[in-house]
Ligand binder design. Structure first.
Ligand code: PA5
Length: 472
C-alpha cells in the first residue's frame, strides 16, 4: 500500500499533557505562568539543539543510510536462510532490537517459524548469566545459527566474553574456518578489537556511525539488521522517524512533541517528581518501556553539569504495563507520594479486535461485559487510571499512538531520542556520555586482568576490606 502524506498524518503520534497542568489536577500541577517564566531557558535550549544538530549524528539516520539499507537487506536475504539469528550485545546494543521485534512481530514469532513465517528465529543474549547463556545452546543447532556480535566500543567485557564462548564452540563443532559464515560484527569502523578480528577472519561487518552512541543506535545497523532479518520493513521505520524529525524540528515548544514531552518531565522533576513511569497499554510495547528506561536513565543521570558543577541530576525511569500493573503498582501511583510522573501510552486501534461474548445472563454483575470487546475494556481501563491519578492530583500525560506499526514505531523512537536530548539541554548536562557506566566497565577490566588497567586494579585492591556483615 502506498503510504501518502494523508496516511502519514493519520499516523501522527500525539501527546496529551492536560493532566500535568494546574488547571486539571490542582496544586501539584504546572502553572502556565511557570512555563512562561521558563521561556528564556527554552529558547536557549532549542537554540543549542539547532546549533548542535550536526553533532547528533543519530538525527541524520533517517536520511543518510541508502547504501547501508541496501547492504542490510542483502544480508537479511543471505543470512535469512539460517534457522536462528542471535544478537550478542548489551545495553544500547540489545534493548533497541528487542523493543522493535516485540513491538512489530507476532508475540510468539519464534514458535511460529515454519508455519506462519520462514524467517530466522531471533534471540538477544544481553547478559552473562552462565545459566541463561548455557541454556541458549540447548535450543540452538549451531550449524543453523548466525551470531551478530554488537558492540560499539568493540571491547565490552560481557559481549566479548560471549564472542569467545561462541567462537570456540563454533570452531569445535563445525570447524576452524566457519567463523566468517556464522558470525557478523556490528561495531565501530575504526576503534576497538572487534573490527580487527572481523577483518582478520573475513567476518561480515556493519558499522555503527561516529556520533551515534549505543542508546541512540536503534535506527542504524544495530537495530536495522535484526529487524530486517525478522521481516520488518526498515524503510518504513525510518520514514516514521523522518516524519517525527520534521515535527521535532520547530523551536516552537507548543508544536514540537519531543520538546513538550521533555519540558513536562523536567517540569515535573523540578516539582519533586524524581521518578518517570512509562506505562504502555500494549504488551507489544513492554520492551519499549525497557528501551526508554535505558535512554532516559543513562542519558540524564549525571553527576556534573556542563560547567562541571556537581549536580547529581536525573529522573529514575520505572517500567510498568497497562493493565497488568494496575493490579500491582497503580495503588502507589494514585495514593502514594507525589514523586512520580506517569506517562501512559495509549493505542487507539489495536491490530486485533476481540469481542467479549454474551453469557451468564442470570448474573448481571458479570454479564454487563458481554457485547463489549477487549479493545473497549483496555481503553476504559487506561481512561479510568488516568482519571484516578488526575483526581488524586498526580501528574500524568498520555502519548497517543493511532496504531502500532513500523511507521509509528519509527516515530516513537525518534520522539523519545529528541526528547532525551532536549531534556539534557534543559538540565544543562551532557546527555550523550556515560562516565558512571565506563567506571564500572573499567573496574571489570581491571578485576579480570585486562592489560592497561593495572592502576585501576591497584585502586580496587586498596579498597578497605569488607566487613563481615552477613546473616547466615
Ligand atoms: O548507551 C550506551 O552507550 C551503553 O549502554 C552501551 O550501549 C553499552 O554499554 C554497550 O556498549 P558497547 O556497545 O560498546 O558494547
Amino acid at each position: 500500500m502506498y503510504k501518502d502524506s494523508v496516511w502519514q498524518a493519520k499516523m501522527r503520534i500525539k501527546i496529551d499533557f492536560n493532566n500535568m497542568m494546574h488547571d486539571s489536577i490542582g496544586e501539584k500541577g504546572i502553572e502556565l505562568s511557570e512555563l512562561e517564566a521558563m521561556s528564556p531557558l527554552l529558547k536557549s535550549a532549542s537554540l543549542r539543539m539547532a546549533e548542535n544538530r550536526c553533532l547528533m549524528k543519530w538525527r541524520d539516520l533517517p536520511y543518510t543510510q541508502d547504501a547501508v539499507i541496501e547492504e542490510v537487506l542483502a544480508a537479511s536475504n543471505e543470512f535469512g536462510e539460517f534457522e536462528n539469528f542471535v544478537v550478542l550485545g548489551i545495553g544500547g546494543s540489545a534493548l533497541g532490537p528487542i523493543a522493535v521485534q516485540h513491538a512489530l512481530n507476532h508475540p510468539y514469532y519464534n514458535i511460529l517459524k515454519g508455519s506462519v513465517h520462514n524467517r530466522p528465529r531471533l534471540f538477544v543474549e544481553d547478559n552473562v548469566d552462565p545459566e541463561h547463556m548455557a541454556a541458549l545452546f540447548d535450543v540452538l543447532d549451531l550449524e543453523k545459527t548466525v551470531f551478530n556480535v554488537v558492540t560499539k566500543s568493540g571491547s565490552t567485557s560481557e559481549t566479548i566474553a560471549q564472542l569467545l564462548i561462541v567462537a570456540s564452540m563454533l570452531k569445535d563443532r563445525i570447524g576452524d574456518n566457519c567463523l566468517s559464515r556464522h558470525l557478523i560484527a556490528t561495531t565501530d569502523e575504526k576503534k576497538g578489537s572487534l573490527i580487527k578480528i572481523a577483518k582478520q577472519y573475513g567476518i561480515k561487518t556493519f558499522y555503527i556511525p561516529e556520533g551515534v552512541g549505543g542508546r541512540f543506535s536503534v535506527l542504524c545497523p544495530v537495530g536495522l539488521l535484526p529487524a530486517a532479518i525478522c521481516g520488518i520493513d526498515i524503510n518504513e521505520m525510518l520514514a516514521g522517524a523522518a516524519y517525527m524529525d520534521k515535527l521535532c524540528s520547530t523551536p516552537d515548544i507548543w508544536h514540537n512533541p519531543a520538546y513538550m514531552f521533555a519540558l513536562m518531565q523536567v517540569g515535573a522533576l523540578k516539582r519533586g517528581c524524581n521518578i518517570s513511569v512509562m506505562m504502555p497499554y500494549a504488551d507489544s510495547l513492554r520492551f519499549f518501556a525497557d528501551w526508554y528506561a535505558q535512554l532516559w536513565a543513562e542519558s540524564l543521570g549525571k553527576r556534573f553539569d556542563n560547567e562541571n558543577n556537581e549536580v547529581f541530576k536525573g529522573q529514575t525511569p520505572v517500567k510498568a504495563l497497562g493493565v497488568t500493573d494496575q493490579h500491582s503498582q497503580v495503588q502507589l501511583y494514585a495514593e502514594g507520594p507525589f514523586d512520580k510522573v506517569v506517562t501512559f501510552i495509549r493505542v487507539e486501534r489495536y491490530r486485533k479486535e476481540l469481542a467479549i461474548p454474551e453469557g451468564f445472563a442470570d448474573y448481571p454483575e458479570i454479564s454487563y461485559l458481554g457485547g463489549h470487546s477487549l479493545n473497549e475494556l483496555i481503553h476504559a481501563e487506561q481512561t479510568a487510571t488516568e482519571y484516578a491519578l488526575a483526581k488524586s492530583g498526580h501528574m500524568n500525560n498520555t502519548i497517543i499512538i493511532p496504531e502500532i506499526n513500523t511507521f509509528t514505531i519509527g516515530e516513537l523512537i525518534y520522539l523519545f531520542e529528541v526528547a532525551t536530548a532536549f531534556a539534557g539541554e534543559l538540565l544543562n548536562i551532557n546527555a550523550f556520555d556515560q562516565p558512571g557506566v565506563e567506571e564500572g566497565k573499567n573496574a571489570t577490566y581491571a578485576l579480570l586482568g585486562k592489560p592497561g588497567f593495572e592502576a585501576k586494579k591497584k585502586e580496587l585492591d586498596a579498597m578497605p576490606p569488607r566487613n563481615e556483615r552477613y546473616i547466615v
